[in-house]
Write a protein that binds this ligand. Structure first.
Ligand code: NCD
Ligand code: ZN
Ligand code: ZN
Length: 346
């Protein structure tokens, strides 16, 4: 049995850090594990332009633990009002790595998102010209569509036409959750990649309802049927270069999760790599973890691979029941349970 693995320090290609005191409480978890992370822009109000992104970046850097070399890669939140000139400004800043497309109303803080992709065609052209990747929350928002089928519908109705209309645009299918999404990325153009979260790799939709309603497993896209989970594990552990690590770690105050209308998001930054290692270990594919976690994302984004290395050992540890989170606390994935892998820290 493998007891230790050493890999290039990984990056997180999909991370929610939030802001203020709450951000300061969680950023250390990501900085301990990852060299870089794509920082999602769905703050309240959202990060819609370069100036806001640069200011947010400074707040993140200021909140980092002493001596941390963690590099936040900023993103812009696209709205119906985003101008193509903003993309040129974002590119020129050197600090904005991508733009995020939230279909309006699809997920947490997406109210100002895009109502119709046709409206941002000039912006997508500017992105294509600037080699600026488009990150997509792939779910339709039509209330008539079953919540478990919103990703498949988005693929057929929105994503396939988008890929056809912008053949040079790099697109990341964020937090892919279905066998259909996996198939599209596998068979799709070189310009299409996908992030996969630890929770969608590890849990199917039973986790939401087994023995009672489990709000900490509620996230978007919602957990899916076991057959989809199996397709995700197959994709992540296959060595295919366009699948890569993106935790979608999305902390919410405990009180906001435990409410009459609890919000969507699972917190995984405290043990991200350990959770992925568990999945790869179970699949007998620990030798493929490095590609998925540390190489494929950087290659897709056209960024250098990290030089530093990290070590994971088979050392069981218990996840705390909660972590501080601003005025409240956040309940992490696997709270109170034992994880078998542990990331060593220098
Ligand atoms: N994934 C989630 O369930 N929630 C994310 C938003 C998102 O990534 O869709 C959040 O910001 O809380
Ligand atoms: Zn999302
Ligand atoms: Zn997210």
């Amino acid at each position: 049995m493998t007891e230790t693995i050493e890999i290039t320090r990984p990056d997180d290609w999909h991370l929610h850090l939030r802001d203020g005191a709450a951000m300061a409480d969680v950023v250390g978890h990501s900085a301990r594990q990852f060299a870089r992370a794509i920082i999602m822009p769905n703050l309240k109000p959202p990060v819609t332009d370069t100036a806001l992104a640069l200011a947010y970046r400074e707040r993140i850097l200021a909140a980092l633990p002493e001596g941390s070399g963690f590099e936040p890669l900023m993103t812009l939140y696209l709205t119906d009002l985003t101008r193509p000139e903003e993309i040129d400004r974002a590119r020129a800043s050197g600090a904005v790595a991508a733009c995020k497309l939230y279909p309006a109303g699809a997920t947490t803080n997406s109210d100002s998102g895009v109502t119709d992709i046709a409206r941002i065609a000039p912006v997508l052209e500017a992105m294509q010209r600037n080699a600026m990747p488009l990150l997509v929350h792939c779910e339709v928002t039509d209330p008539e569509v079953d919540i478990f089928e919103r990703e498949q519908r988005f693929i057929d109705d929105k994503l396939v036409p988008l890929l056809r209309d912008f053949p040079e645009l790099k697109v990341v299918f964020e937090h892919v959750t279905t066998a259909d999404g996996v198939a599209l990325v596998r068979e799709g153009p070189e310009t299409l990649g996908a992030t996969i979260t630890p929770h969608h790799l590890r849990y199917n939709r039973n986790a939401l309802l087994a023995g009672g309603i489990r709000p900490h497993f509620y996230c978007l896209p919602v957990l899916k049927h076991e057959r989809h989970r199996e397709a995700l594990v197959e994709a992540a552990t296959s060595g295919h270069p366009r699948f890569f690590l993106g935790t979608d770690s999305a902390p919410h105050p405990r009180t906001a999760k435990l409410s009459d209308c609890g919000c969507a998001g699972a917190y995984s930054a405290h043990a991200a790599l350990e959770l992925y290692a568990e999945v790869f270990d179970e699949a007998g594919a620990l030798d493929r973890l490095e590609g998925f976690a540390s190489h494929h994302g950087a290659d897709f984004y056209g960024l250098p691979r990290n030089q530093e290395r990290v070590r994971l050992t088979r050392t069981p540890w218990q996840v705390p029941a909660h972590y501080p989170f601003g005025e409240d606390c956040v309940v992490p994935l696997r709270a109170g349970e034992t994880l078998s892998w542990r990331l060593e820290t220098a």
